[in-house]
Ligand binder design. Sequence first.
Ligand SMILES: [Mg+2]
Length: 212
Amino acid sequence: MVQWFNLAAITSYAYARVFNPGLLVPHISVRDINSINFRKLREKGIKGIISDKDDVLTWQYVNQIYSRVKDKVAEIKAVYGNRALVRSNCAGVRFEDPGYQIAKETEKSLGIEVAKGFWKKPWGLMGLCYEFGCPPENLAIIDDRISTGILGGNLCGMVTIYTLGLSIDEETRFEKGLRARERRLVKSLMEKGVTAPIHGKYYNDACLEEFI
Ligand SMILES: [Mg+2]
């Protein structure tokens, strides 16, 4: 696994950190997807959902749905049907997932298509907007990582929903450190009054307590 090395994320993160820190702040922050009301999102005009895989829908590096979020995944499918898509930085990424075996196993378990291609998040999100056939403002992305999904979603103009991660206790020391640094940074930015990019549907709705 070379998932931790992502040059696009590192350079985009550095850009955002220096020039536009609001790109690192999510519009909404929740413990896990069980706190998201997908019917309300739909009513508010969100026409498509893009979700990360590891630590959001499955346990890290496991390709089966995580039992705690099973009902919510069913809700996503009922509300969004084929307008829901998984975008992982492992499953469906050409050089991380040869033959897309991980993507295929994940699709079988979740019943949601996994996007396939060359680019990882954050840049890998940009092409997806065309697949949904609507402006990125009408899409929401759910991710447990600031430097990939949240940053990419904000760069595209989507609603960004941050989750804390399902299997954080089992992460490596490096991964734990990275996640803790991301959360500390976002918390300090929010305390200084930095907000997520202005969005027509959601703005400054993040829950600070989730970062404490
Ligand atoms: Mg993840």
